[in-house]
Write a protein of this length. Structure first.
Length: 396
């Protein structure tokens, strides 16, 4: 029973070692990194300041789509594309909407830049809550999560605004200043008759009065000034029956990646701007916009921007790259953790206890041997006396 109790004590001592709290002061980033590596989640380093503004240790570097910083969104370029008689051209003639589309493009770039700048400013004033001193990778991860939330909110905001503009413009039948939606036909018999411009669709003809339609942009010899013949038939579309499209005039030159349509905004969002990446396409433009001869636009945009619609660029706020960096040294200083504590197993105490138990065990063995020997001797003597003592039987 004693031996069993002894083994129970040994097992209890080994399986339930004592824990000791250790406090370390004069914390440095290097020391914290080492302690974190050694003790993991057992390490606790309370911050003296638990609320730190993001702007104190976070920086954001945002580079925008090259088109937003190019000459193609400058006032010089936009004004060079302006033609006083732009409304006389067909709505799919690039001359009718070129200046308007690039002005909208410049406004969208400016809107994106302002929205991002404002969001970053607001983010900088927000507080980073840090009760415990955190390792660098965790701080970076939490900051990245906050930035991703900002980007998602910006995407939702921009998408909602554009959808609102498109829907309200179409449903309210708003008329563009450049006369791309409605025209007034003058007949000697019928007088003034307003009507929506006809536009080619996949099913035949559509009307800007009821639809927001786009078609690839180009340059055409026909304008609205010579749109109708003497019998009021369109030179633009040849019809053998109402709604049946036979032929559409060919463009004298195409503007790759651009669209014309009822509304310049809708046409621009669908455009991929491929012409701005193509030297041969740009060389054609001065033939139709004489003022471009005074503009130096020899530097092309990088070709990796082709086949990306303006709508897709806008949904990303024309951001080419968004880098978020943290200054961990500044964060460490702002946190101002004066001490770190951790718990560790006191194996010295365990070893001492085990050694003590072993010593007791050895002493116990000696004592037990002495006692057992003494008991055996006494028992032997008693037995000897009992076996050698004569027994007298009394007589009757």
């Amino acid at each position: 029973m004693i031996i069993i109790s002894f083994y129970v004590l040994i097992i209890t001592t080994i399986t339930n070692p004592q824990s000791v709290a250790v406090t370390v002061s004069n914390i440095t980033p290097e020391l914290f990194k080492q302690l974190r590596s050694d003790y993991g989640l057992a390490l606790s380093c309370p911050c003296s300041t638990i609320s730190i503004p993001y702007k104190a240790f976070v920086s954001n570097e945002v580079s925008f789509d090259p088109v937003c910083t190019s000459i193609f969104t400058s006032r010089q370029w936009i004004e060079a594309l302006y033609l006083p008689n732009a409304s006389a051209y067909l709505l799919i003639d690039f001359r009718s909407t070129a200046s308007s589309q690039f002005e909208i493009l410049a406004d969208l770039c400016s809107f994106s830049n302002d929205s991002i700048f404002q969001s970053i400013q607001e983010f900088g004033t927000n507080q980073f809550i840090t009760v415990q001193l955190l390792p660098e990778d965790q701080v970076q991860s939490e900051v990245n999560t906050a930035i991703e939330l900002i980007q998602e909110n910006l995407h939702i905001q921009v998408t909602s605004i554009i959808q609102f503009l498109e829907v309200t413009t179409q449903l309210n039948g708003l008329v563009t200043a450049i006369n791309t939606v409605y025209s007034v036909y003058i007949y000697s018999t019928y007088g003034y008759i307003p009507g929506g411009f006809p536009v080619q669709t996949a099913d035949g003809l559509g009307s800007c009065a009821t639809d927001s339609i786009t078609n690839p942009a180009g340059f055409y010899s026909i304008s609205y000034l010579n749109y109708w013949d003497d019998n009021y038939n369109s030179y633009f579309y040849y019809l053998d029956a109402p709604g049946e499209l036979i032929h559409m005039l060919n463009a004298s030159a195409n503007v790759s990646g651009f669209f014309g349509g009822c509304y310049p905004l809708v046409a621009l969002l669908e455009s991929t701007l491929d012409c701005l990446y193509n030297d041969s396409c740009l060389e054609v433009l001065p033939d139709y916009f004489p003022a471009l001869n005074q503009v130096n636009f020899s530097s092309l945009l990088r070709s990796n921007g082709t086949n990306i619609s303006v709508n897709d660029r806008l949904s990303n706020l024309f951001v080419n790259e968004w880098l978020t960096k943290i200054n961990y040294s500044t964060y460490f200083t702002e946190c101002a953790a004066s001490v770190c504590t951790y718990t560790k197993t006191d194996w010295t105490s365990v070893s001492y206890t085990i050694g003590l138990l072993i010593s007791l065990y050895g002493s116990l063995i000696i004592v037990l041997r002495f006692i057992s020997t003494t008991i055996v001797n006494i028992a032997s003597k008693i037995e000897f006396r009992l076996t050698n003592t004569p027994i007298n039987f009394g007589k009757d």
